[in-house]
Design a protein around this ligand. Sequence first.
Ligand SMILES: NC(=O)c1ccc[n+]([C@@H]2O[C@H](COP(=O)([O-])OP(=O)(O)OC[C@H]3O[C@@H](n4cnc5c(N)ncnc54)[C@H](OP(=O)(O)O)[C@@H]3O)[C@@H](O)[C@H]2O)c1
Length: 339
Amino acid sequence: MSRLNTRVLLKSRPTGMPRVSDFEIVQSPLAAPGPGEVLARTIYLSLDPYMRGRMNEGRSYAKPADLGQVMVGGTVSEIVESNHPGFARGDFVVGYDGWQSSAVSTGAGMRKLDPRQAPISTALGVLGMPGMTAYVGLLDIGQPRAGETVVVSAAAGAVGSAVGQIAKIKGCRVVGVAGGQAKCDHVVRDLGFDAGVSYRTDDLFGALRAACPQGIDVYFENVGGVVLDAVLRLINQGARIPLCGLISQYNATETTPGPNIRPLLFNRALIKGFIVSDHMDRAADFLRDCGQWVRDGRLKYREDIVNGLEHGPAAFIGLFDGRNLGKLLVQVGPDPTRD
Ligand SMILES: NC(=O)c1ccc[n+]([C@@H]2O[C@H](COP(=O)([O-])OP(=O)(O)OC[C@H]3O[C@@H](n4cnc5c(N)ncnc54)[C@H](OP(=O)(O)O)[C@@H]3O)[C@@H](O)[C@H]2O)c1
């Protein structure tokens, strides 16, 4: 293994859309693990929309990434040296080592993976944080009942694709909203949604109304803006809206006008923001149910894998242009379970 560590640092805090120049790629000597520590080689790095918030200075639900430090991020790695009783050389783990090719850590927060149960990369996607977000947000807040209509935005992405399929498993009619016909076709043809609606249209409300003839009972919100506005005009009495993300606003430099929320009032609807890390009590249920559904082929997933850590910044920026289809990952090093 190379004794050099490639690291991607946060160089500047962006205004608006991040740029590749907001990141800096450096190489530094690899440290040896001390007593009780492990050295892990990164195989996959997860790229996620929340990282945009970490690039900002301001108040959020988590502390900002530090300038000049390695960008934060979830990783799947192989242990290459261990002075820790809980981990051995050759173990595969999911952890939070950030945008770097190797990391020395205490192993805190790391979980061992069994490659015979599922491909190790899924621990960052359908069987990881995005999958768990879909599971808790939809089932605990959305509380879908068989026969109801569930709409999900960013439908072809990591969270949205799982939301729609779990809603199908629960017997709902499922409509996905995504950017463009190809993604809409994908969610219907490959993932079994009942309909796909592109928000890149002149008449989003009309298209959504046609796809939801019985109105909308659950809206899993990932994007905000015009999609939320159109959905609210179609919600049924007692509708539930898990507010998971607002990606259309993450790069906004000015406050955007909010949607008309009057329909929430007269439909006695619930909208509830949630952050997946507050729901770790559901992790075992999530892994049991979604693990089984993935093995049964009822919960499909697509990974969009970019090769090479040096391409991480550009790939990350692509999340805000909808360039990814499915879970966006960077392959940082070889995956011996797959290659
Ligand atoms: N609350 C939580 O704990 C939690 C946890 C994980 C994720 N999230 C949120 O869940 C959402 C989805 O995350 P993900 O990891 O699954 O990402 P993703 O959906 O795999 O990728 C992001 C997608 O968002 C869409 N998008 C980007 N800019 C947009 C815009 N201006 N308007 C509408 N759509 C836009 C793009 O798809 P299109 O081509 O369809 O536009 C893009 O592919 C994000 O809002 C994220 O912040 C929240």
